[in-house]
Design a protein around this ligand. Structure first.
Ligand code: SF4
Length: 410
């Protein structure tokens, strides 16, 4: 293997891939004399993918679908399925239009527990102005270590966060125009796909234009995903387990492995590899999150090997190191501690050994920095009460990536 610490290659889509083996200061790259990318590699991960080059600005697909009437047709089709709900893989068949409770305890209206500009997502998602995050309440999984358990597993309390889809659309416009967010980031949307799509139908004539991010736990229905084909620009699913035993025991999610893998393949079919603009912001594509769990419970080798083998070596993977024994996990011996440095380094080695080409790695210590508290409804990620108090942070500060606050541990 070459000892030179940087390598460049063109890939099949005409983009350039830069890999760093060691820490380098900021580097400017130019192609044909034209400035194309600004790069500041991570000294943590020795692993940094750079910018597909010269992407033309993309218009979100939902605008075309809206104009043709297809978006309305799909919203109606999804809403009809609420009468015998099969919106997620649990297929409870309850009538949510009449508020019959299924596993997720969610009815006809969306439950929106927090809305904010999020500066702690992956650099390509948060950018400089933040990701416009919509936290849906309740969940179709029950992770014992959920860091969002205040909103994901408190269904009685969450009833007070119900709102109609028009109000949700107004909040999306506030994120886009009021806060200047780069995208709308739907967190834990798997049980609210019809409501999500209806809100998009409402928001387009109001002026919605930014890309939509589907930020899920991976426990998604293929039929539901097909209805948002062309609507979602960026898929951001978890791949949590490679063992149904642990998925059932710690997340109450039967058949999680096959369900999540099928969902990720469908997402990849729709959007392909990550594409970013000249500012390194995601425009389209798949980013798979993999949370390192203590004691090897995430079976990282098996999941990462599957991604490389069955999805693509070029798939973008976000390795998350922020596990904390939240919620009920402190009482479960296998889950009652943070991950160790050895566990972290073992996954970093896997990335190299398995040939995972693109993505980010959270530094150790990321856990404490970005724990949300949803009692602070205006801005769950800070002791301040308002996101207006949060200074904007540049995405380039995140190349050594310490700040991911996933919302899907539920
Ligand atoms: S969305 Fe809720 S009610 Fe519908 S199948 Fe899933 S868990 Fe059941």
């Amino acid at each position: 293997m070459s000892q030179f610490p940087i390598s460049c290659q063109w890939n099949s889509s005409g983009t350039i891939l830069i890999k760093f083996k060691y820490y380098f200061p900021r580097i400017l790259l130019s192609v044909n004399g034209k400035l194309t990318a600004l790069c500041q590699p991570s000294k943590v991960s020795n692993w940094r993918t750079l910018t597909p080059l010269l992407q033309e600005s993309m218009e979100p697909g939902y605008l075309t679908l809206y104009n043709s009437g297809e978006l309305e047709r799909r919203a109606q089709a999804l809403e009809a399925r609420l009468a015998a709900c099969d919106i997620c893989p649990r297929e409870c068949r309850v009538n949510r239009l009449k508020s019959e409770p299924g596993y997720c305890h969610s009815g006809r209206l969306p439950i929106v527990s927090a809305v904010c500009a999020h500066h702690g997502e992956e650099p390509a998602i948060s950018g400089i102005r933040g990701s416009g995050t919509v936290f849906f309440g309740n969940c179709n999984m029950r992770c014992v270590y959920c860091q969002n358990h205040q909103i994901s597993q408190s269904w009685k309390k969450q009833r007070s966060n119900e709102m109609d889809c028009h109000t949700l659309a107004e909040k999306m416009l506030y994120l886009q125009d009021g806060l200047g967010c780069h995208n709308i980031n739907f967190v834990s949307p798997s049980h609210f796909v019809p409501q999500l799509l209806r809100a998009v139908v409402e928001a387009v004539p109001m002026g919605l234009r930014v890309p939509l991010v589907y930020n899920s736990n991976g426990y998604d229905s293929i039929a539901s995903l097909k209805e948002i084909d062309g609507v979602i620009s960026i898929y951001l699913p978890d791949l949590r387990y490679a063992s149904d035993k642990w998925a059932k025991k710690f997340s109450h999610a039967p058949h999680y492995v096959v369900r999540a893998r099928q969902a990720i393949k469908e997402m990849y079919r729709q959007v392909g590899d990550l594409e970013v603009d000249e500012s390194d912001l995601a425009e389209r594509g798949l980013i798979v999150r993999h949370l390192i769990l203590p004691n090897g419970l995430a079976d990282s080798e098996e999941s990462l090997a599957w991604l490389v083998r069955e999805v693509s070596p070029a798939v973008t993977v976000s390795i998350m190191s922020q596990y904390m024994p939240m919620h009920r996990a402190s009482r479960i011996p296998l889950l009652s501690r943070k991950i160790t440095i050895d566990e972290h380094e073992a996954v970093l080695k896997l990335i190299t050994d398995l040939g995972v080409e693109n993505g980010w790695v959270q530094e150790m210590g990321a856990a404490e920095e970005y724990l949300p508290d949803f009692e602070r409804k205006d801005y769950p990620f800070s002791s301040t009460n308002s996101q207006n108090d949060i200074p904007p942070r540049s995405a380039t500060n995140y190349l050594s990536y310490t700040g991911n606050t996933t919302c899907n541990y539920s």
